[in-house]
Ligand binder design. Structure first.
Ligand code: G3H
Ligand code: 13P
Ligand code: ZN
Length: 315
């Protein structure tokens, strides 16, 4: 089947109390690991590409790799731009075969966020592409943007209805305590998402799909493998999976995961290289990293998102 938008995915996820996994892709092995897991579990998925991924791998390579994955795995796949910073990058992805784009104007004042988001929505909708926007600011690092904890801010429920009405956006990313990267919470503190804010938002915009960024759980088994094989990841802490499961049962229809895949790939590569320093065939270590990604994605789909077996209802 061809690439799909997220419209039907989100409708079914909302009604069924599950979420679609949105996984960041940067190269062939990552795409293979994710789509092999989703294919075997008959799960719909979103593959998302950041500006950094486009810079690293080249737009065309990524599109062609995703198209190859689609030919091999008979599941609904949406190709999404992650954190589009301006109109031009969104337009380039709409024109270049993506079925979904995010315009992230969350760093601008409310009215400017509305204005820019609306402009992207008009262009994207004219071309059959859906749009995600963001209200509230997540802490962490994406590409060149580094939002400190002090500058991060929760989404204000009072703003969501006006934002959605005025922009015509298709889904909304909110800030309820998640953050980007592998260091989400201070050591010794209890990680807790603000479900009270999420539920207040759900009330204001019923049946509207919500997106959770920064939702990696930073699996400690992979942190341990990295650290036992020459790595140095101190106090890497993620979102507890039971809280992600709770979010998936609510209006949250899309859950973004990147850091966990990075950890899985890095753990595999480090382990092989550390245990046998004579290895220099890239296939020997990349295949172990790719297998870790497959294991991680299968676990997310089955045990966290609840999207296994849902491909047929989205087709
Ligand atoms: O939200 C950020 C994603 O993890 C993408 O990261 O911008 O380094 O590719 P990146
Ligand atoms: P993590 O860093 O928690 O994987 O978040 C990824 C993300 O939100 C991509 O947009
Ligand atoms: Zn993000």
């Amino acid at each position: 089947m061809a690439l799909v938008t997220t419209t039907k995915m989100f409708k079914k996820a909302y009604e069924g109390g599950y979420a679609i996994g949105a996984f960041n892709v940067n190269n062939m092995e990552i795409i293979q690991g994710i789509t092999e897991a989703a294919g075997e579990l008959n799960a719909p998925i979103i593959l998302q590409v950041s500006a950094g991924a486009r810079k690293y791998a080249n737009h065309q390579y990524l599109v062609k790799l995703v198209e190859a994955a689609l030919e091999i795995n008979d599941i609904p796949i949406a190709l999404h731009l992650d954190h589009g910073a301006d109109f031009d990058i969104c337009k380039s992805c709409v024109d270049g075969g993506f079925t979904s784009v995010m315009i992230d104007a969350s760093k601008y004042p409310f009215e400017e966020n509305i204005e820019l988001t609306k402009k992207v929505v008009e262009y994207a909708h004219d071309h059959g592409v859906v749009v995600e926007a963001e209200l509230g600011k997540l802490a962490g690092i994406e590409d060149d943007v580094n939002v400190s904890e002090e500058d991060s801010s929760y989404t204000q429920p009072d703003e969501v209805e006006e934002f959605v009405d005025k922009t015509g956006v298709d889904s909304l990313a909110i800030a309820i305590g998640t953050s980007h990267g592998a260091y989400k919470f201070k050591p010794g503190t209890k990680p807790q998402l603000r479900f009270d804010i999420l539920h207040e938002i759900e009330k204001r915009i019923p049946e509207f799909p919500i997106v959770l960024h920064g939702a990696s759980s930073v699996p400690q088994e992979y942190v341990k493998i990295i650290n036992e094989h020459g790595g140095k990841l101190k106090d890497a802490i993620g979102v507890p999976e039971d809280q992600l499961r709770e979010a998936a049962r609510s209006a949250v229809c899309k859950i973004n995961i990147d850091s966990d895949l990075r950890l899985g790939l890095t753990a595999g590569i480090r382990q092989v290289m550390w245990e046998d320093p004579s290895i220099f065939d890239p296939r020997d270590y990349l295949k172990v990293g790719r297998a870790n990604i497959k294991t991680i994605v299968a676990h997310k789909i089955k045990d966290v998102l609840g999207s296994d077996g849902k491909a047929d209802e989205v087709r």
